[in-house]
Design a protein around this ligand. Structure first.
Ligand SMILES: [Zn+2]
Length: 353
Protein backbone atom coordinates (compact mmCIF):
# COMPACT_ATOMS: atom_id res chain seq x y z
CA UNK A 1 0.00 0.00 0.00
CA UNK A 2 1.52 3.35 -0.95
CA UNK A 3 1.39 6.44 1.26
CA UNK A 4 -1.27 8.21 -0.82
CA UNK A 5 -3.60 5.23 -0.63
CA UNK A 6 -3.18 4.84 3.11
CA UNK A 7 -3.78 8.58 3.62
CA UNK A 8 -6.97 8.33 1.60
CA UNK A 9 -8.09 5.36 3.66
CA UNK A 10 -7.32 7.23 6.88
CA UNK A 11 -9.35 10.18 5.63
CA UNK A 12 -12.23 7.89 4.74
CA UNK A 13 -12.07 6.15 8.11
CA UNK A 14 -11.93 9.44 9.98
CA UNK A 15 -14.84 10.74 7.91
CA UNK A 16 -16.89 7.65 8.67
CA UNK A 17 -16.13 7.99 12.36
CA UNK A 18 -17.23 11.63 12.32
CA UNK A 19 -20.31 10.61 10.34
CA UNK A 20 -21.27 8.02 12.95
CA UNK A 21 -20.47 9.95 16.10
CA UNK A 22 -20.99 13.58 15.14
CA UNK A 23 -18.62 16.33 16.24
CA UNK A 24 -17.92 16.96 19.87
CA UNK A 25 -19.64 20.10 21.13
CA UNK A 26 -17.51 20.55 24.23
CA UNK A 27 -17.92 24.12 25.45
CA UNK A 28 -20.51 25.18 22.90
CA UNK A 29 -22.91 27.68 24.50
CA UNK A 30 -26.09 25.71 23.85
CA UNK A 31 -29.27 27.48 24.94
CA UNK A 32 -31.86 25.47 26.86
CA UNK A 33 -35.29 26.39 28.20
CA UNK A 34 -37.00 29.64 27.31
CA UNK A 35 -35.28 32.97 26.76
CA UNK A 36 -36.73 36.40 26.09
CA UNK A 37 -33.94 38.95 25.60
CA UNK A 38 -36.33 41.91 25.15
CA UNK A 39 -38.95 41.11 27.80
CA UNK A 40 -37.49 43.59 30.28
CA UNK A 41 -37.13 46.46 27.82
CA UNK A 42 -40.09 46.27 25.43
CA UNK A 43 -43.12 46.88 27.60
CA UNK A 44 -46.62 48.00 26.65
CA UNK A 45 -50.17 46.98 27.63
CA UNK A 46 -50.93 45.22 24.34
CA UNK A 47 -47.54 43.60 23.87
CA UNK A 48 -47.44 40.61 21.57
CA UNK A 49 -45.14 37.62 21.74
CA UNK A 50 -43.75 35.34 19.05
CA UNK A 51 -42.38 32.02 20.27
CA UNK A 52 -39.70 30.38 18.13
CA UNK A 53 -39.34 26.82 19.41
CA UNK A 54 -36.48 24.79 17.97
CA UNK A 55 -37.35 21.17 17.22
CA UNK A 56 -33.95 20.13 15.88
CA UNK A 57 -32.50 19.59 12.37
CA UNK A 58 -33.60 23.05 11.26
CA UNK A 59 -37.24 22.43 12.26
CA UNK A 60 -39.26 24.96 14.29
CA UNK A 61 -42.67 25.72 15.71
CA UNK A 62 -43.67 29.40 15.51
CA UNK A 63 -46.55 30.63 17.66
CA UNK A 64 -48.09 34.08 17.87
CA UNK A 65 -51.48 33.98 19.64
CA UNK A 66 -53.68 31.59 17.66
CA UNK A 67 -51.33 31.54 14.69
CA UNK A 68 -49.15 28.42 14.63
CA UNK A 69 -46.70 27.57 11.85
CA UNK A 70 -44.29 24.63 11.63
CA UNK A 71 -41.09 24.80 9.63
CA UNK A 72 -39.71 21.46 8.41
CA UNK A 73 -40.49 19.55 11.63
CA UNK A 74 -38.27 16.47 12.07
CA UNK A 75 -37.90 14.24 15.11
CA UNK A 76 -37.40 10.69 13.79
CA UNK A 77 -33.60 10.85 13.34
CA UNK A 78 -32.96 7.51 11.63
CA UNK A 79 -29.42 6.19 12.12
CA UNK A 80 -26.42 6.18 9.82
CA UNK A 81 -27.25 2.95 7.96
CA UNK A 82 -30.68 4.33 7.18
CA UNK A 83 -29.20 7.65 6.07
CA UNK A 84 -26.92 5.68 3.74
CA UNK A 85 -30.04 4.02 2.26
CA UNK A 86 -28.93 0.62 3.56
CA UNK A 87 -31.99 0.24 5.80
CA UNK A 88 -35.63 1.13 5.45
CA UNK A 89 -36.65 4.67 6.41
CA UNK A 90 -39.95 5.69 7.98
CA UNK A 91 -41.24 8.12 10.60
CA UNK A 92 -40.72 6.91 14.17
CA UNK A 93 -44.12 7.23 15.79
CA UNK A 94 -42.74 6.58 19.29
CA UNK A 95 -40.21 9.42 19.03
CA UNK A 96 -42.80 11.76 17.53
CA UNK A 97 -45.32 10.95 20.25
CA UNK A 98 -42.71 11.57 22.91
CA UNK A 99 -41.04 14.72 21.63
CA UNK A 100 -43.34 16.61 19.31
CA UNK A 101 -45.05 19.44 21.22
CA UNK A 102 -48.78 20.05 20.88
CA UNK A 103 -49.30 21.31 17.34
CA UNK A 104 -52.97 20.42 17.11
CA UNK A 105 -53.91 23.99 16.18
CA UNK A 106 -51.17 24.41 13.57
CA UNK A 107 -52.28 26.31 10.50
CA UNK A 108 -49.38 25.53 8.20
CA UNK A 109 -46.28 23.40 7.69
CA UNK A 110 -43.71 25.09 5.46
CA UNK A 111 -40.95 22.95 3.94
CA UNK A 112 -37.77 24.31 2.33
CA UNK A 113 -36.69 21.15 0.53
CA UNK A 114 -37.60 17.48 0.32
CA UNK A 115 -34.66 15.67 1.94
CA UNK A 116 -35.80 13.25 4.60
CA UNK A 117 -34.45 15.36 7.47
CA UNK A 118 -37.02 18.04 6.61
CA UNK A 119 -39.90 16.10 5.06
CA UNK A 120 -39.95 12.51 6.37
CA UNK A 121 -42.09 13.37 9.41
CA UNK A 122 -44.35 15.93 7.73
CA UNK A 123 -46.90 13.40 6.44
CA UNK A 124 -47.19 11.72 9.84
CA UNK A 125 -47.49 15.02 11.68
CA UNK A 126 -50.07 16.42 9.26
CA UNK A 127 -52.09 13.21 9.48
CA UNK A 128 -51.91 12.60 13.23
CA UNK A 129 -51.05 15.82 15.08
CA UNK A 130 -51.56 18.90 12.91
CA UNK A 131 -54.74 17.78 11.26
CA UNK A 132 -55.85 21.22 10.09
CA UNK A 133 -52.51 22.36 8.72
CA UNK A 134 -51.89 23.11 5.07
CA UNK A 135 -48.49 21.96 3.82
CA UNK A 136 -46.48 24.31 1.56
CA UNK A 137 -43.53 23.07 -0.44
CA UNK A 138 -41.99 22.54 -3.86
CA UNK A 139 -43.49 20.40 -6.61
CA UNK A 140 -41.24 17.55 -5.48
CA UNK A 141 -42.58 17.89 -1.92
CA UNK A 142 -46.12 17.65 -3.30
CA UNK A 143 -45.30 14.59 -5.43
CA UNK A 144 -43.84 12.84 -2.39
CA UNK A 145 -46.75 13.72 -0.09
CA UNK A 146 -49.23 12.55 -2.73
CA UNK A 147 -48.50 9.13 -1.20
CA UNK A 148 -50.26 10.18 2.03
CA UNK A 149 -54.04 9.95 1.41
CA UNK A 150 -54.83 12.06 4.49
CA UNK A 151 -53.08 15.00 2.83
CA UNK A 152 -55.27 15.07 -0.25
CA UNK A 153 -56.11 18.74 -1.00
CA UNK A 154 -53.85 19.89 1.82
CA UNK A 155 -50.59 20.41 -0.07
CA UNK A 156 -49.95 23.71 -1.85
CA UNK A 157 -47.14 23.86 -4.38
CA UNK A 158 -45.06 27.01 -4.05
CA UNK A 159 -42.64 28.31 -6.64
CA UNK A 160 -39.62 30.54 -6.45
CA UNK A 161 -40.66 33.56 -8.46
CA UNK A 162 -38.70 35.84 -6.15
CA UNK A 163 -34.94 35.53 -6.51
CA UNK A 164 -32.54 37.93 -4.84
CA UNK A 165 -29.96 36.90 -7.43
CA UNK A 166 -32.06 38.10 -10.36
CA UNK A 167 -32.36 41.86 -10.83
CA UNK A 168 -35.44 41.34 -13.02
CA UNK A 169 -37.16 39.54 -10.18
CA UNK A 170 -39.29 42.27 -8.67
CA UNK A 171 -42.53 40.36 -8.08
CA UNK A 172 -43.07 39.37 -4.47
CA UNK A 173 -45.80 36.72 -4.52
CA UNK A 174 -46.67 36.67 -0.83
CA UNK A 175 -48.71 33.71 0.30
CA UNK A 176 -51.28 34.37 3.01
CA UNK A 177 -51.94 31.41 5.28
CA UNK A 178 -55.75 31.15 5.50
CA UNK A 179 -57.42 32.09 8.81
CA UNK A 180 -54.22 33.65 10.16
CA UNK A 181 -52.39 36.96 10.27
CA UNK A 182 -49.35 35.31 8.72
CA UNK A 183 -47.91 35.61 5.24
CA UNK A 184 -44.71 34.32 3.70
CA UNK A 185 -42.57 34.92 0.64
CA UNK A 186 -40.83 31.88 -0.91
CA UNK A 187 -37.35 32.80 -2.12
CA UNK A 188 -35.30 30.94 -4.69
CA UNK A 189 -32.38 29.36 -2.87
CA UNK A 190 -30.01 26.42 -3.17
CA UNK A 191 -28.67 23.55 -1.10
CA UNK A 192 -25.00 23.44 -0.13
CA UNK A 193 -23.11 20.22 -0.94
CA UNK A 194 -23.05 17.91 2.07
CA UNK A 195 -19.36 17.11 2.14
CA UNK A 196 -16.24 17.72 0.03
CA UNK A 197 -18.30 19.36 -2.69
CA UNK A 198 -20.57 16.33 -3.01
CA UNK A 199 -24.32 16.65 -2.67
CA UNK A 200 -26.41 13.56 -1.97
CA UNK A 201 -30.05 12.89 -2.81
CA UNK A 202 -30.28 15.39 -5.67
CA UNK A 203 -33.00 15.59 -8.29
CA UNK A 204 -36.66 16.44 -8.67
CA UNK A 205 -39.79 14.33 -9.01
CA UNK A 206 -42.25 14.97 -11.78
CA UNK A 207 -45.06 12.64 -10.87
CA UNK A 208 -47.04 11.68 -7.79
CA UNK A 209 -45.81 8.75 -5.75
CA UNK A 210 -48.28 6.16 -4.51
CA UNK A 211 -46.12 5.20 -1.55
CA UNK A 212 -43.47 7.07 0.40
CA UNK A 213 -39.84 6.22 -0.44
CA UNK A 214 -38.49 3.40 1.70
CA UNK A 215 -34.88 4.48 1.37
CA UNK A 216 -33.33 7.82 2.26
CA UNK A 217 -32.13 8.34 -1.31
CA UNK A 218 -35.75 8.41 -2.49
CA UNK A 219 -36.27 11.67 -0.60
CA UNK A 220 -34.70 13.79 -3.33
CA UNK A 221 -34.05 17.46 -2.75
CA UNK A 222 -36.40 19.07 -5.28
CA UNK A 223 -36.03 22.84 -5.52
CA UNK A 224 -34.71 24.44 -2.34
CA UNK A 225 -36.46 27.52 -1.05
CA UNK A 226 -35.78 30.06 1.67
CA UNK A 227 -38.55 32.14 3.23
CA UNK A 228 -39.41 35.51 4.62
CA UNK A 229 -42.24 34.97 7.11
CA UNK A 230 -44.26 37.86 8.51
CA UNK A 231 -46.60 37.76 11.47
CA UNK A 232 -48.71 40.79 10.70
CA UNK A 233 -49.78 43.65 12.91
CA UNK A 234 -53.25 42.96 14.41
CA UNK A 235 -54.96 45.53 12.20
CA UNK A 236 -52.51 46.79 9.55
CA UNK A 237 -50.94 44.85 6.73
CA UNK A 238 -47.43 45.37 8.01
CA UNK A 239 -45.15 42.99 9.82
CA UNK A 240 -45.16 42.93 13.59
CA UNK A 241 -42.58 40.13 13.55
CA UNK A 242 -40.50 39.28 10.52
CA UNK A 243 -38.36 36.15 10.19
CA UNK A 244 -35.98 34.94 7.51
CA UNK A 245 -35.62 31.15 7.36
CA UNK A 246 -33.22 28.83 5.57
CA UNK A 247 -33.01 25.05 5.97
CA UNK A 248 -29.86 24.79 3.82
CA UNK A 249 -26.79 26.99 3.46
CA UNK A 250 -26.50 28.85 0.13
CA UNK A 251 -24.10 30.99 -1.84
CA UNK A 252 -24.86 34.70 -1.92
CA UNK A 253 -27.30 36.07 -2.89
CA UNK A 254 -29.47 32.96 -3.32
CA UNK A 255 -32.03 32.68 -0.55
CA UNK A 256 -31.65 36.30 0.51
CA UNK A 257 -34.79 38.28 1.36
CA UNK A 258 -35.68 41.41 -0.61
CA UNK A 259 -33.56 44.43 0.33
CA UNK A 260 -35.00 47.13 2.55
CA UNK A 261 -37.24 44.86 4.59
CA UNK A 262 -36.73 44.76 8.36
CA UNK A 263 -35.93 41.27 9.61
CA UNK A 264 -36.21 40.67 13.35
CA UNK A 265 -34.65 37.23 13.36
CA UNK A 266 -32.89 35.11 10.82
CA UNK A 267 -32.93 31.34 11.28
CA UNK A 268 -29.75 30.14 9.64
CA UNK A 269 -28.33 26.69 8.83
CA UNK A 270 -25.04 25.56 10.34
CA UNK A 271 -24.87 22.24 8.46
CA UNK A 272 -22.46 22.29 5.50
CA UNK A 273 -21.95 26.04 5.74
CA UNK A 274 -18.34 25.73 4.62
CA UNK A 275 -19.46 24.11 1.39
CA UNK A 276 -20.66 27.52 0.18
CA UNK A 277 -18.98 30.92 0.34
CA UNK A 278 -19.63 33.69 2.83
CA UNK A 279 -22.21 31.83 4.86
CA UNK A 280 -23.54 33.21 7.08
CA UNK A 281 -21.38 36.37 7.19
CA UNK A 282 -22.50 37.88 3.88
CA UNK A 283 -26.13 37.02 4.57
CA UNK A 284 -26.06 38.64 8.01
CA UNK A 285 -24.39 41.78 6.68
CA UNK A 286 -27.13 42.07 4.07
CA UNK A 287 -30.12 41.27 6.29
CA UNK A 288 -28.91 42.91 9.54
CA UNK A 289 -31.26 40.97 11.84
CA UNK A 290 -31.57 41.70 15.55
CA UNK A 291 -31.59 37.99 16.43
CA UNK A 292 -29.63 35.18 14.81
CA UNK A 293 -30.83 31.64 15.51
CA UNK A 294 -28.34 28.92 14.62
CA UNK A 295 -30.33 25.91 13.42
CA UNK A 296 -29.50 22.51 11.91
CA UNK A 297 -26.36 22.38 14.01
CA UNK A 298 -26.74 19.11 15.89
CA UNK A 299 -26.20 15.52 14.78
CA UNK A 300 -29.47 14.25 13.30
CA UNK A 301 -27.90 10.83 12.64
CA UNK A 302 -28.01 10.08 16.37
CA UNK A 303 -31.22 9.30 18.29
CA UNK A 304 -33.28 12.40 19.02
CA UNK A 305 -32.42 14.10 22.29
CA UNK A 306 -32.98 17.42 24.00
CA UNK A 307 -30.28 16.74 26.57
CA UNK A 308 -27.43 19.22 26.06
CA UNK A 309 -24.98 16.69 27.53
CA UNK A 310 -25.89 14.19 24.82
CA UNK A 311 -26.09 16.57 21.85
CA UNK A 312 -23.30 16.44 19.29
CA UNK A 313 -22.54 18.64 16.30
CA UNK A 314 -23.72 17.80 12.80
CA UNK A 315 -20.99 15.86 10.94
CA UNK A 316 -18.59 17.72 8.64
CA UNK A 317 -19.53 21.15 9.96
CA UNK A 318 -17.55 23.36 12.30
CA UNK A 319 -19.94 25.21 14.60
CA UNK A 320 -17.08 27.29 16.04
CA UNK A 321 -16.26 28.74 12.64
CA UNK A 322 -19.94 29.54 12.18
CA UNK A 323 -20.15 31.16 15.62
CA UNK A 324 -17.04 33.25 14.89
CA UNK A 325 -18.76 34.69 11.84
CA UNK A 326 -21.96 35.36 13.78
CA UNK A 327 -20.04 37.06 16.60
CA UNK A 328 -18.25 39.30 14.14
CA UNK A 329 -21.62 40.38 12.80
CA UNK A 330 -23.12 40.87 16.28
CA UNK A 331 -20.18 43.10 17.19
CA UNK A 332 -21.17 45.47 14.37
CA UNK A 333 -24.90 45.61 15.03
CA UNK A 334 -25.76 47.17 18.36
CA UNK A 335 -28.28 45.22 20.40
CA UNK A 336 -28.12 42.14 18.20
CA UNK A 337 -27.84 38.67 19.73
CA UNK A 338 -27.42 35.09 18.68
CA UNK A 339 -28.55 31.78 20.09
CA UNK A 340 -27.55 28.15 19.53
CA UNK A 341 -30.73 26.41 20.62
CA UNK A 342 -31.00 22.92 22.07
CA UNK A 343 -33.95 21.05 20.56
CA UNK A 344 -36.97 21.88 22.73
CA UNK A 345 -35.69 25.32 23.67
CA UNK A 346 -37.54 28.51 22.84
CA UNK A 347 -36.71 32.09 21.92
CA UNK A 348 -39.42 34.64 22.64
CA UNK A 349 -39.63 37.87 20.67
CA UNK A 350 -41.84 40.69 21.89
CA UNK A 351 -43.26 43.71 20.08
CA UNK A 352 -45.67 46.55 20.72
CA UNK A 353 -48.20 46.97 17.89
ZN1 LIG B 1 -30.96 18.73 2.78
Amino acid sequence: MNTTTSKKQMLLLTSLLVFVTGCSIGGLPVSVGSSCPDCETIICPDRETLSIEYLGSGGYVLRRGQDVVLLGPFISNPGVLTALSLKRIEPKADALERWLPDVSTADAIIVGHAHYDHLLDVGWIAEHRARQAMVYGSRTVAHLLAAVPALEHRVTVIGSEYSAGDSASTAKPWIHIPATRVRFLPIKSEHAPHFAGIKFMTGVLDEDLDRLPRRANGWVEGRTLAFLIEFLHPTDDRALFSLHYQDAASNPPLGYPPPGIRVDATLVCVASHRQVSGYPSVLLERVRPRHVVLGHWENFLAPYTQDPDKLRGVPFSDPWDFIDQVEQYVATRQGSQWVLPAPGSELLLVACP
